[in-house]
Ligand binder design. Structure first.
Ligand code: NAD
Length: 367
């Protein structure tokens, strides 16, 4: 006999793609050409650092709806190396000086911003103004005000904007969304989310400079833990109270190291979270009226794992980034909003901003 949990899981996954598809674009994007046949779209990666070279370029070898068509880099040796490795023609290679010329290149449909956070706003806006659809990496920007500017600029340019939230295309995460949002085991009563790693990198890296990264572990890792709470409950938090701890102040002189927070949701659930550049954390643990579910690892791309009422979920892992980019290419082809649009990045940044305000004020801050 069919397990009712499995049957309702299948329905949810089907319906979540349908409802994402049902978010058809409003009049703001009606200027896009009507009913063009689906084509394999060209993506240009901007910034060829760790994530582009280690994850996105390899993932683009597995995609069906898009491919690696171009690159933007300030390092001439990388241009040569990538051109050879991925067969990228010279005409599709840009640097930060001639970036805006990408407007004239019909091979590039989507520009994917994989730069340090302080550059996200500028390059997202320039890409949209060059007529390209945009994927921007997380955290979306330095703060919520920047996110709003990015959303407005893409809307004005009639271009779609999506955030690199790969987990929305990952099956364990989709299962947690289903369990929490559909209250399969009753309402979630308690939720704990945590994400962090022990930073032993370059003391001069952009990641630990406030002006370049916006903050430390909270911006980089905490964003996943915040979002984990939002997608498990399917609600938006209304207030937050946060505290922090610094054990290596010489390294993290400019940014947060470990941050703890409590979120107030309209449903009254007890929701706590933490982020760190000093602890290897990566979990999401929910207690519900009738049981429990959890993920650990919950946020990485090396494979997620989870339990429902203490028993293994037994869900296979997928190629998250390939699924994420293929979905966005489909959205562009169908002229529909992504399930992770700029607005989703803004929602997380509003929480991040409120956490920083609470660290300063020592009080609950509304979001
Ligand atoms: P990185 O430091 O490895 O790469 C950044 C790239 O930007 C480098 O190639 C660097 O040369 C280039 N760059 C251009 N101008 C620069 C400047 N003025 N200062 C510094 N670098 C400059 O970083 P990364 O790990 O690839 O992260 C890039 C983005 O991707 C960040 O937003 C990060 O949060 C995000 N990211 C996302 C995931 C994910 O799982 N979604 C994982 C890792 C990183």
């Amino acid at each position: 006999m069919e397990n009712p949990v499995d049957s309702s899981r299948r329905k949810f996954i089907r319906n979540s793609s349908i409802s994402a598809g049902a978010l058809l674009l409003g009049p703001a994007l009606s200027g896009l050409a009507a009913a063009t046949p689906a084509k394999r779209l060209g993506i240009a990666l901007v910034g060829l650092g760790g994530y582009s070279s280690g994850q996105l370029a390899p993932a683009l070898q597995k995609t069906s709806n898009c491919y690696l068509a171009g690159i933007v880099t300030g390092t001439p040796s990388k241009a040569v190396e990538w051109s050879k490795k991925y067969n990228i023609p010279q005409k599709n290679i840009y640097n930060y000086q001639n970036f805006d010329d990408i407007a004239k290149n019909p091979d590039i449909d989507i520009v994917y911003i994989v730069l340090p956070v302080f550059m996200h706003k500028e390059y997202t806006i320039r890409a949209a103004q060059a007529g390209k659809h945009v994927i921007c990496e997380k955290p979306m920007a330095l703060n919520a005000a920047e996110c709003r500017e990015m959303i407005a600029a893409c809307k004005k340019a009639n271009r779609l904007l999506s955030i690199g939230y790969r987990l929305h295309f990952e099956p364990h995460t989709q299962e947690v969304m289903r369990l929490g949002q559909k209250q399969i085991l009753g309402k979630v009563t308690q939720l704990e989310t945590a994400n962090g790693f022990t930073y032993n990198g370059d003391p001069n890296a952009w990641r630990i400079k406030k002006a370049l990264a916006g903050g430390g572990g909270l911006m980089d890792m905490g964003i996943y833990a915040i979002q984990g709470a939002r997608y498990t409950l399917g609600q938006e938090p209304i207030a937050v109270k946060a505290t922090q701890e610094k054990t290596r102040p010489e390294l993290f002189k400019d940014v947060d190291e470990t941050v703890f927070w409590e979120l107030k949701f309209p449903g009254g659930q007890k929701v706590t979270g933490k982020s760190s550049y000093n602890h290897d954390w990566g979990y999401l643990r929910a207690k519900t009226e009738k049981g429990s579910f959890e993920l650990e690892p919950a946020y990485g791309y090396g494979g997620l794992d989870g339990k429902i009422n203490g028993k293994p979920m037994q869900i296979p892992n997928n190629a998250q980034q390939a699924a994420q980019m293929d979905d966005f290419a489909t959205c562009v082809n169908l002229k529909k909003q992504s399930r992770v649009p700029g607005e989703e990045g803004l929602k997380d940044m509003k929480v991040v901003d409120a956490i920083y305000r609470s660290l300063n004020s020592g009080r609950w801050e509304s979001i």
